[in-house]
Ligand binder design. Structure first.
Ligand code: DNO
Length: 347
């Protein structure tokens, strides 16, 4: 396993040096954050970021994310320009030694939670999703903004996007995803970059917007849209695993055996009737069998990039919700322990 850690650049309160101090840390997962969605990431910016990461003794091989412009997801005529820019980004990142690009195809909103600092029994805080609370939110008529959301839209633009996605529906979104993949996967192949789609988080429609990267049947359909190993998955255990219909060890076993998992986000969730709560990484702390997931990866020969995903806020740490240092470092250490045990037991 290549243990990796997400870092948000210079504004991230967690320093590269601290990340490097986590035992066996291999690489940084990051992105260029100051270029608007859909534009080209120039070589000098990419190389400056790479240099910073490498100076800290870490590798620069995974990008999360190169975001996909809404016009591509909506299939508007203007998508052509954005797809060309996306190809250029793949080429530029390949020149800088990047091996995997994570992206998602969620309309308008990325991940969604009802609260980012829910106090758990032990006094730590975590991200949670309670269905009854989310059902009460109205993104078109409130000032509400969550960190996973692009707040650059005006109310009118947002209403327009909602109307367009309603007309498009799930099948339209599938068509636009296929169109996008048919253009970018050949470029990824030529440049030896693995494309790794992130599942929808959570894996069900939000506010009536379609969501399609949600469950086994749809993951199968996705992989067949362009049947190349360069068209793969970011297997996010918490995103898929917060729905009882997704059996995580089974899905991980299936897709890692196919060689279609290129990047893994490991985190645990407690599934509730009314949604889910993010928990510490250990199996005993939530609903997922983290051992079985790691074992499936190991047994199928997966030796790629794995990062601990969201952590709780513990020990008084403040910072970016889900992305503090302490609980993610505990998660990393747990993953290292599982991996060592699985490796030794299998010899
Ligand atoms: C949340 C993350 C997502 C992810 C994107 C990938 O914390 O897992 O925001 O980075 O969906 O494009």
């Amino acid at each position: 396993m290549k243990l990796s850690f997400r870092w948000y650049g210079d504004s991230d309160p967690v320093s590269l040096q601290y990340i490097k101090q986590i035992p066996t840390m291999h690489s940084i997962v990051t992105a260029i954050y100051d270029v608007p969605v859909g534009q080209v990431w120039e070589m000098d910016k990419i190389l400056a970021l790479k240099e910073k990461v490498e100076k800290a003794g870490l590798k620069f091989e995974v990008i999360e994310s190169v975001p996909v412009h809404e016009d591509i997801k909506l299939g508007l005529p203007t998508r052509e320009v954005y797809i060309e820019n996306y190809k250029k980004n793949i080429e530029n990142l390949a020149k800088a030694g990047v091996k995997v690009i994570c992206y998602n195809f969620m309309p308008v909103f990325d991940w969604t939670r009802s609260q980012l600092d829910k106090e758990l029994e032990d006094g730590s805080t975590a991200l949670v999703y309670y269905k009854d609370q989310v059902d009460k939110l109205d993104p078109l008529n409130s000032e509400l903004s969550l960190p996973g959301w692009d707040s650059s839209y005006t109310k009118e633009e947002m209403a327009d996007l909602f109307a367009k996605y309603k007309a498009l529906g799930e099948e339209g979104l599938w068509e636009n995803l296929k169109y996008f993949l048919e253009q970018i996967i050949p470029v990824a192949e030529l440049n030896d970059i693995k494309m790794a789609i992130h599942p929808d988080d959570p894996p069900w429609p939000i506010f009536g917007l379609p969501r399609i990267i949600t469950k086994e049947e749809n993951l199968d359909r996705f992989l067949k849209l362009v049947d190349s190993k360069y068209n793969g998955l970011t297997l996010c255990t918490g995103s898929l695993g917060c729905a009882n219909f997704n059996n995580m060890p089974k899905l991980v076993d299936k897709y890692s055996a196919m060689g279609r998992i290129h990047f893994v986000h490991m985190r645990n969730v407690q599934v509730l009737d009314n949604g889910f709560e993010e928990r510490a990484h250990l199996s005993s702390c939530g609903s997922l069998d983290m051992y079985a997931i790691m074992k499936a990866l190991y047994d199928n020969g997966f030796r790629g990039y794995i990062r601990p995903d969201h952590g709780r806020m513990i020990w008084g740490e403040t910072g970016r919700a889900g992305y503090g240092l302490y609980d993610r470092a505990l998660g990393a250490t747990y993953l290292n322990g599982l991996w060592e045990a699985i490796e030794k037991a299998s010899k």
